[in-house]
Design a protein around this ligand. Structure first.
Ligand code: ADP
Ligand code: MG
Length: 282
């Protein structure tokens, strides 16, 4: 199986400024992201997600371990040619219009002029900003900023897209639009690594997820593997005595029916893990 991103035995230690102490942001982490997969990286604030992404992109050097993009070591400059990145808190020049901003990034990505014009129109349409392309970015709403950020990440037509909290501060409608763009990208054969706190969104778009806590990978699997376990489904019957509960089950069985059980949501699982003392620093 071909891997879009491989993170192998990676640890990152930071010196705490003004002290001799170190903090371990990422702790012996191994992740493999397959081509054409939508992979969710979850975890509370401070669990090491953004640090992991920066190392995966070759923007930061691991203290220990290696990262590679499509089989090429991440710290090789050419490794990043196939990758688009939307950072956690992107900063854009406020006085540029959306179109000018994309033109700037297209130039950085080495696109030719005729290519650029076509590409920018297509991208503005893809992210639903076709009517706002000539407005200044300074006047964009939070959701529009995230969408122009997404267009920026897609400018070089990358095979792998890395999105660090693309829906932070975006309302549910905007978040659903971003989810729909991610689904389209998957259908076009792209690979997406998505960091998000919006668990219901992660649940609806990701093929597999990993949950991090204190720099470590606590769990990894497909959404079904993580949420379908038979011992984790539950039946909610508020205010019922044990006798009533038994007779409800017996009644259902006698009628050839089954008492429906609720599947554990990804959010339940996340909260259980966070409660288990493996949380982050906030
Ligand atoms: N440049 C840095 N210098 C010192 N500590 C850092 C630096 N970047 C991140 N950290 C620390 O590393 C841990 C993980 O941070 P981060 O990767 O940003 O987590 P997340 O993205 O999951 O919120 C946190 O404790 C954070 O304070
Ligand atoms: Mg982060």
């Amino acid at each position: 199986m071909k891997l879009a991103l491989s993170i192998s035995g990676v640890t990152k230690d930071f010196r705490i400024p003004g002290s001799k102490r170190w903090v371990r942001a990422v702790d012996n982490l191994t992740l493999s992201i397959r081509e054409n997969e939508v992979y969710g990286l979850l975890g509370p604030n401070g669990s090491g997600k953004s640090t992991t992404i920066k190392m995966a992109l070759g923007l930061m050097k691991p203290s220990v371990g290696e990262c590679s993009l499509f089989g090429v070591a991440s710290d090789t400059p050419s490794a990043r040619l196939n990758v688009g990145f939307l950072p956690e808190a992107p900063y854009f020049q406020r006085f540029l219009t959306g179109r000018e901003l994309l033109r700037y990034f297209a130039k950085l990505a080495g696109l030719s002029r005729p290519e650029t014009a076509k590409r920018i129109d297509a991208l503005l349409e893809k992210v639903g900003l076709e009517d706002a392309g000539d407005r200044r970015v300074g006047g964009y709403s939070k959701g529009m900023l995230q969408r122009i950020g997404l267009a920026q990440a897609l400018v070089g037509d990358p095979k792998l897209l890395i999105l660090d909290e693309p829906t932070a501060g975006v309302d549910p409608v905007g978040a659903a639009e971003i989810a729909s763009i991610i689904r389209t990208l998957k259908s076009e054969g792209k690979t997406v690594l998505l960091c998000s706190h919006l668990l219901s969104q992660v649940e609806s778009v990701c093929d597999r997820v990993a949950i991090m806590g204190r720099g470590k990978r606590l769990l990894e699997g497909s959404i079904d593997e993580l949420t379908l376990g038979t011992d984790s489904s539950s039946l909610q019957l508020d205010g019922a005595s044990p006798e009533l509960r038994e007779s409800v089950a017996a009644l259902a069985a006698a009628e050839g029916a089954r008492v429906a059980t609720r599947r554990r949501s990804l959010e339940d699982l996340f909260l259980e893990l966070a409660k288990g003392g493996e949380g982050g620093d906030d």
